[in-house]
Design a protein around this ligand. Sequence first.
Ligand code: SAM
Length: 335
Amino acid sequence: MGVDNVERLIDKFGRPITDLRIAITDRCNYKCVYCRTGNQGAQYAELAFSDYARVARVFAGLGIEKIRITGGEPLLRRGVVEFVEELARLRTLDGSVLDLAITTNGHLLAELAQPLKDAGLRRVTVSMDAVEPERFTRITRVPNAFENVLAGIREAQKAGLDPVKVNCVLLRGFNDDQIVEFGKFARSEGVIVRFIEFMPLEEDRVWSPQIVVTLKEILERMQAFRPLVEIPHTRSETARRYMFDDGVGEIGIIAPVSQPFCGHCSRVRLTSDGKIRTCLFSLFDHDLHAVMRRGGSDQDMAGYIRNVVEQKEARHHIGEAGFEKPSRSMVHIGG
Ligand code: SAM
């Protein structure tokens, strides 16, 4: 069948599915207080890179255009550079290279940024929840780690990964005093800072509506520091984007809690153990790896994926009565 005849993945609500996130481990070297209890380690298996690569190839044949490697902490896995090299050989249905990105805590990025870039990685998102070293340690529960992350960010820029984004999850009373500091950081380091509203996806029970620092509040506090000008965004973009009035420094806000964007969701996720999750808040997952273990062909996998995508949830129900916590927490899904 020519590529023109391939039916691209689309769910029953008409949303095209173009974005795949692959978790390559659920191990993490950080114990961020809002994510992990600090007591639990890895809970799920890791597959061979050849299995993830096969999944990626089948998805690319169904219209996926973007792949983000995540975890757990993806840079903990040996072979990640070679994996990126393999993904870089894939093509979209239009014959373009895939848009390859990675989300990392940045701890091991300084030495891996250039090899990852050379392997074909386009961009990187570094998670960082404070710009003050001491505060950073309180959040990650790893001493002296801030310098590593800062070095990672700078090496990523030097290597030409573009853009380098820094994601920050704010918790009221914990790091919300860092908002303006992050604005200054965006300006001085030339990175795009994106604030993400805290979602009920933690191992523990930390989340409450009151602890979420909303888009509206972040904007008000940042505007008091310096006026912001909104950058027009496309319908499918998850972040609302802003530039400071003098053109120096971009920030974005991703507001899944106060302004959900499920109507434009284009994502599916593969967990480290080969399960498909159609929503961060799914109550169950779909065992694609079982199809592979049974000796299924690429066509069998494609059929299975189509069927799963059909079942993608309309939206999440954060903050509503009867909200059920998903069957896995963020670190075990892949953020
Ligand atoms: N270890 C990598 C990292 O630190 O970026 C990748 C995995 S981590 C789970 C991915 C992202 O999810 C991080 O930016 C983290 O801050 C974010 N995250 C974790 N728990 C979250 C939650 N409950 N709500 C919103 N974001 C969360």
